[in-house]
Design a protein around this ligand. Structure first.
Ligand SMILES: *Cc1c(COP(=O)(O)O)cnc(C)c1O
Length: 378
């Protein structure tokens, strides 16, 4: 393989619920969830059933044809947006969903884009042009011109950058890869007002914050506003590769026949898994439990020596540390059988499956506390 992921030290072989097993037989509690992707954990019966039934019935058809799972999932997503004029384009990943939004924004007749510093929107050349992390961008310049990055959470900086030539503004409701950075409450609404004033498309990249992760279906809903475009992936496929770009409102541009496409996007198997995941989350009120686990994690983790801050919403949580030892702490947790990651030098991120239990949450808190006592905090 290419060296782009380095050389992983763990090879995972199987999983059930939140527990994964590596090739040596060691078991781990998966508190990263494939980076906010395995919303129902591993080998969940409803996903296994949906996927097995679908692959045994109709596996792939190309987008020359529609199919019942794709139609049902699109209808479900439309319902979740609360807008019967919303329209869905399915793809396979977050980068592709953002590429679709970027391409769609050209239909406004404008070409300038404003995004935020440290944001993450994917690795393909268009999505990378939106991404605001120099370390990921710099080796691949020149990227798309006309993309400006301003400080996240700073509405004044955004006001200076946005004007009548701006096609779209793209923002993560909570910046995930940057270390679970939550903007001041009201920022998203201010963005909405600003974009409406200038006729600019407001795109919320909910790839990491979508599908119940933060305690609502899409990560922006607390502010009671709607963007023009939502992008989704990660949790959307219940562990299968699936992305979506959703336009809202009848004024939002739409792709005309032939203007965009992808072979696998909205594939029946991935769509059936996505539908099963959304139905299970709804039926079992997993967003309610995500909110109560957020409270518990914030209180208990916040009281641990060395923890400076517990950020995030629902089950997307960033644990701020009082030094740059997140990587060695993540290593210790892994030795002790808990998988997390360190999106920055002083942050641990957790994004466990929404089916996590109170017992597993408490186990995590206990082991985390013990590892904090052992780690060299510098
Ligand atoms: C992961 C992520 C992406 C990219 O998704 P891929 O499926 O890896 O292309 C885009 N935006 C956000 C907010 C993400 O977290």
């Amino acid at each position: 393989m290419q060296g782009n992921y380095g050389v992983p030290t763990i090879t995972l072989k199987s999983g059930k619920g939140l527990v994964v097993t590596d090739t040596t037989g060691k078991k781990y509690l998966d508190f990263l969830g494939g980076i906010a992707t395995n919303v129902l954990g591993h080998a969940h019966p409803v996903i296994v059933r949906a996927v097995s039934k679908q692959i045994a019935t109709l596996g792939h058809v190309s987008n020359f044809y529609s199919h019942p799972s794709g139609i049902a999932l699109a209808a479900k997503l439309q319902e979740l947006t609360g807008d019967n004029t919303s329209r869905i384009f399915f793809c396979n990943s977050g980068a592709e969903a953002n590429e679709a939004a970027l391409k769609l924004s050209r239909k406004t007749g404008r070409s300038k884009v404003v995004a935020t510093t440290d944001s993450f929107h994917g690795r393909t050349m268009g999505a990378l042009s939106l991404t605001g992390q120099p370390s990921k961008r710099n080796p691949f310049k020149p990227l798309l011109k006309n993309v400006k990055h301003v400080t996240f959470g700073d509405i004044t900086a955004m006001r200076k950058a946005v004007n009548k030539k701006t096609a779209m503004v793209i923002v993560e409701p909570i910046m995930g890869e940057a270390g679970v950075i939550v903007p001041p409450f009201g920022y998203l609404k201010q963005l909405r007002d600003l974009c409406s004033e200038h006729g600019v498309l407001l795109v919320f990249d909910c790839v990491q914050t979508g599908i119940g992760r933060t305690g609502v279906w899409f990560g922006y809903e607390e502010e009671k506003i709607r963007p023009d475009v939502i992008t989704l992936a990660k949790g959307l496929g219940g562990g299968l590769p699936l992305g979506a770009m959703i336009t809202l409102g009848s004024n939002c541009p739409q792709f005309a026949p032939g203007e965009h496409g992808t072979t696998f996007g909205g594939n029946p198997v991935a769509a059936s898994a996505g539908l099963a995941a959304i139905e299970f989350i709804t039926k079992n009120r997993l967003m309610v439990s995500a909110k109560s686990f957020e409270k518990r994690l914030k209180i208990k983790l916040g009281a641990i020596r060395g923890v400076t801050e517990v950020r995030g919403r629902g089950l997307l949580i960033g644990i701020g540390l009082d030094g740059n030892y997140a990587k060695s702490l993540a290593g210790k947790l892994s030795e002790r059988g808990i998988l997390v990651n360190a999106p920055s030098e002083d942050t641990i991120r957790i994004a466990p499956a929404l089916i996590v239990t109170k017992v597993q949450i408490d186990k995590f808190i206990t082991v985390f506390k013990e590892c904090m006592e052992e780690v060299d905090r510098g």
